[in-house]
Design a protein around this ligand. Sequence first.
Ligand code: BGC
Length: 469
Amino acid sequence: HKCVAKVKKYLKPFLLSQEKLQEISARLKKNMIQGLGKHTHHKAPVKMLPTFVRATPDGTEKGDFLALDLGGTNFRVLYVRVMEEEQKVLKMDSQICAIPQDIMRGTGEQLFDHIAACLADFLDSQNLKGQTLPLGFTFSFPCEQIEIDKSILIHWTKGFSCSEVEGKDVVKLLRDAIHRRADYDIGSVAMVNDTVGTMMSCGYKDQSCEIGMIIGTGTNACYMEEMKNVKRVEGEDGRMCINTEWGGFGDDGSLEDIQTQFDVVVDKTSINPGIHIFEKMISGMYLGEIVRLLLVKLTEDKLLFKGKTSEALLTPGRFETRFISEIEEQDRGLKNCQNILTELGLKWDSVDVRLVRLVCDTVSIRSAHLCAAALATIVNRIRENRGLDYLKTTVGVDGTVYRKHPNFSDKLQAMVHRLAPNCSITFLVSEDGSGKGAAMVTAVAQRQALSHLLEDSDSDRKEDEEEDK
Ligand code: BGC
């Protein structure tokens, strides 16, 4: 018992009260406004990037599309056929290509050649090489979007660090790579962040879905903002989907009060120190490492494993985030914990097992609560934007942490409910947002381009008529 009390002291900085979360939400709100502002954007840590997606699906979308999905450890290519009548995806074939570490950290040209080669293999296998299909590119990194088909990478996150890509138009890099091969071509391209794909794929099913959220390797959310508040894009009418890039919250030092010594180490030893501080307290790429650092410290201070560490425990990255989910499983958690500790070469007793579980619990609850604070900021904003006393809305969600952890979603939902009491939120787990969602964005973009064209030719015709008079 003495031991438990001592360990709890180490865990205390991870416990965030509801008041603290409210304060964090208020800070994020300020940051979001700063990110949207014309003259404040350049120094805003939360980038609030316009996506040029102005509408969610209306159910009339149809056609054949290719989709690419780059954002985690794997790269996927998909062929998606969307049918109008049944409002559903008729067919979806896909292929996964691994992205080896040396390509994740190599040159941009190597990366895009690899992508173009995977796409070529896939088109061959589907007999599609002769066609020029429109393509939705789910590229899950912060990009300054100039148009739906022009998107400049601001910086890499989540373990990628290819040279010569930051500051460049990703669509051009892709097209150049395809043209270098010269054995096939692609049609129009729509660039999609995974949050946007998630929102759009859920929006096809539930038209009140106007938020997309990812809690996986990285974390982020997007939502439909009023155009009049999107100061960096011309026009006052309607809405546009904004990719918040909330992972960057804290990059100006504003979260120092809640960062623990372990968060500081995780950031300093990452390949992008100082970038995506909020993400590093929340997402799958980092949670395991936070737990590992805590366990190392508790062992050093003789509160675990009788003070005897192991080589595995001392190795960065060896405590995987999926272990946390396994250890927190309701029935098999303690057994899983024993197996994991044994595999890490540690000699444990029953108190150690319980303490390790407590550490995992604490770290994952903090993550869920921080996400809740951020999501509450968004739903409260949408409600205020529309002058409503009460908002009913739907969030499309995806990501391994949200999907796989046994009680993450419950903890998150309970806290959002407390932080946004005037909102009722339906959570929809997205079915393949980065495939289907990317196709949806491409389809909506085509529908809108077409209606613009028609409007233009309409006004041309009117002008002609005027002149004729
Ligand atoms: C990226 C976002 C992305 C998120 C989830 C973050 O690291 O910056 O663009 O949406 O990860 O994949």
